[in-house]
Design a protein around this ligand. Sequence first.
Ligand SMILES: Nc1nc2c(c(=O)[nH]1)N[C@H]1C(S)=C(S)[C@@H](COP(=O)(O)O)O[C@H]1N2
Ligand SMILES: [Mo]
Length: 169
Amino acid sequence: MRFLCSSTLLFLSLLSASSYALDKPKDRVILTISGAISTTNVGQEAQFDLEMLQALPQHTITTHNPWTEGEHTYQGFSLKDLLDSLGNQGTLLQISALNQYMTEAPLKDYTVEGAILATHQDGKPMSVRKLGPIMVIYPFDTNNDLKTEVYYGRSVWQVSQINTLIITE
Ligand SMILES: Nc1nc2c(c(=O)[nH]1)N[C@H]1C(S)=C(S)[C@@H](COP(=O)(O)O)O[C@H]1N2
Ligand SMILES: [Mo]
């Protein structure tokens, strides 16, 4: 009996350790996170399909931006919410796009500056042709300080991969 109990407990704790990890994506993977994270679902990475990203708290920003005509409402998630759920320790992000563009941005941009990772424009999923499936959107219309090359350069569209780095100063 004692053996049964302890082996059952061992089994349950192994089960919870492995199932604590993220679900695996069921659909096309649109975002892969790597680097200083502790929760993964495929090898050392955390991979997400659109449905998994839509399960995160959603935020909207209504703004113009230099790459699209007119004002639009962008909906998506906060990168901080996503990274917190993965046990992230990194403070610097390397954000890569489908066209191999890569830039670095501090995680602070997603808290202090209020950027979101948009998956929807005016309620519709963003196609690759419309700079999707994921685009970094800053609230340009409510903060003129964002209208600089620094933030334009961090406005990555067609985002596909994010690596997080621990930077010690
Ligand atoms: N996917 C992707 N996003 C990108 C870029 C890019 O080449 N690919 N260029 C960045 C840079 S450096 C700037 S300044 C702005 C503006 O690019 P544009 O002047 O080519 O429109 O988009 C940023 N986002
Ligand atoms: Mo740029």
